[in-house]
Design a protein around this ligand. Structure first.
Ligand code: NDP
Length: 247
């Protein structure tokens, strides 16, 4: 079964990687269920997808709240009768040196980037286990593969989701539930993510790097499409996508 007709839930769908992925998958015939906090952006995207002949709906979602993820899954089932894929993509990146002690931001990152992904997994697992199929795609980062100064907590959340995703793959193979897992490790992608940085020095450094090497979120959308489009017995478990110019 290809992307066509699959029901795909996307968190962090109101901008950047999530938005680009929603558009590409909808163009390829998937039924998209969008989640994020900014309702006006979700409504605009649904309208745009429908105008292009695609199918999409949304539910306002704060991934920190498990009940919002459950409601998003219910929306998918009510609208399209099933769920095939969840793309756990919502995230924030307020990087700063640990010594700056932005502890509120540490907690927000843990809540969004780590607990948010776990809430997404928890919301779909009962259905995926019952139907003995399903796919969990999660956006980690190259900061989940190697260390960067300023990314002590951001990187910790992205390393952590890598662990959860790989263990989910191993357990589902052992339990015979046929759940495919795909973890994405993007490099510098030009989105609104840098707006979440409040530390001046960190923001300047990151903006200079992104201006030099950053690429379009369409690159990640194509990677997600590729992973979903494989035959059911094939699990693209990890994909690292760097801008060619990023060292
Ligand atoms: P954007 O800022 O453009 O998108 C982030 C999305 O996450 C928005 O849709 C935002 O929507 C949503 N979001 C943030 N907090 C929450 C929340 N609590 N609940 C629900 N949705 C939330 O950035 P990107 O597209 O770049 O980011 C997507 C993912 O990609 C993130 O996980 C990020 O860490 C990861 N990533 C990005 C890279 C890059 O260079 N851009 C590199 C590596 C990884 P709203 O505010 O409406 O809720």
């Amino acid at each position: 079964m290809s992307v066509k007709n699959k029901v795909v839930i996307i968190t962090g769908a109101s901008s950047g990687i999530g938005e680009a992925t929603a558009k590409l998958l909808a163009k390829n015939g998937a039924k998209i269920v969008l989640g994020a906090r900014r309702e006006s952006r979700l409504q605009e995207l649904v309208d745009e997808i429908k105008k292009e002949g695609g199918q999409a709906t949304y539910s306002i979602t704060d991934v920190i709240k498990p009940e919002d993820l459950k409601a998003l899954v219910q929306k998918a089932k009510d609208s399209y009768g099933k769920i095939d894929v969840i793309f756990n993509n919502a995230g924030i990146m307020p990087t700063s040196p640990l010594s700056a002690l932005h502890t509120d931001e540490w907690n927000q990152m843990i809540g969004t980037n780590l607990k948010g992904v776990l809430n997404g997994i928890a919301a779909v697992l009962p259905d995926f286990s019952k139907q003995k199929s399903g796919q969990v795609v999660t956006t980690s980062s190259v900061a989940g593969l190697k260390r960067f100064v300023g990314s002590g907590v951001y990187g910790a959340t992205k390393f952590a989701v890598k662990n959860a995703m790989e263990v989910l793959r191993m357990e589902s193979a052992q339990e015979g539930t046929n759940i495919r897992t795909t973890t994405l490790y993007p490099g510098a992608i030009n989105t609104e993510l840098l707006h979440t940085i409040t530390d001046d020095a960190a923001a300047k450094k990151m903006a200079a790097q992104y201006n030099r090497v950053g690429i379009s979120p369409d690159a990640i959308a194509r990677a997600v499409n590729f992973a979903i489009d494989q035959p059911e017995e094939v699990d693209i478990s990890e994909l690292t996508i760097y801008p060619t110019k990023q060292g």
